[in-house]
Structures are given as structure tokens and as C-alpha cells.
Design a protein. Structure first.
Length: 112
């Protein structure tokens, strides 16, 4: 079974916020998945849409797969690098702020 894959790395959104959007498109057909992310109000939907479109283009161009028969096999959001910043607090102290990043992976398969 042929698979088409796309990975977007170091996206500036925490994985905790992006995972519900990935869960919403997992297992759906490509048309349904695109509609889902297009009308979602979440910030993560924009990044997932770009990755999904890239996977569709990879399937069409690299593997000669029919776009109307594609299905989202896997949509995963993994933790990337964490940028660490200091935030001033009371009485001269400092707090550590962690700005998390994500790696978004989308794998498509052709339905039989």
C-alpha cells in the first residue's frame, strides 16, 4: 500500500493546543479533512491545512495517487524544541517561560 507523507517542523504552537485539530481529521477522507480545518477557528488548523495540502501534492506528484480516493491514515503532532525565555517577577526574581513548538506529520493512503 502506497503512502504519501508530509512533515512540518518547528511550528510555533504548543502540541497540547494542536492535537485536538489533528484528532478531528484523523481517519477522514481528504475532502472532509480539508473542510474540517478550513472552518475550524483554532490557530493550529492553519498549520495542519498547510501540511495536509503538502501531503496531497506529494501523493499526486511523487506517487501518482488519485486525489479523490485519498484518506488521512495518520495525523500526529509531536513536541519540537522549546524556547526558554526569562520573565521578570517581583523582588528581582525571574521566572522561566517555555515557548513550545510542534512537529506536524500527516500520512495519506489511497482507499481501495
Amino acid at each position: 500500500m502506497k503512502e504519501a507523507k508530509a512533515i512540518t517542523k518547528n511550528v510555533r504552537i504548543s502540541p497540547k493546543k494542536a492535537r485536538p485539530v489533528a484528532d478531528a481529521v484523523r481517519g477522514k477522507s481528504v475532502d472532509e479533512a480539508l473542510k474540517t480545518v478550513k472552518f475550524s477557528k483554532k490557530k493550529a488548523a492553519r498549520f495542519l491545512k498547510d501540511t495536509l495540502e503538502s501531503a496531497i501534492a506529494n501523493a499526486q506528484h511523487n506517487h501518482d495517487m488519485a486525489v479523490d480516493r485519498l484518506k488521512v491514515k495518520e495525523a500526529a503532532v509531536d513536541e519540537g524544541q522549546t524556547m526558554k525565555r526569562m520573565k521578570p517577577r517581583a523582588q528581582g526574581r525571574a521566572d522561566l517561560m517555555q515557548r513550545r513548538q510542534s512537529h506536524i506529520t500527516v500520512i495519506l493512503v489511497e482507499e481501495e
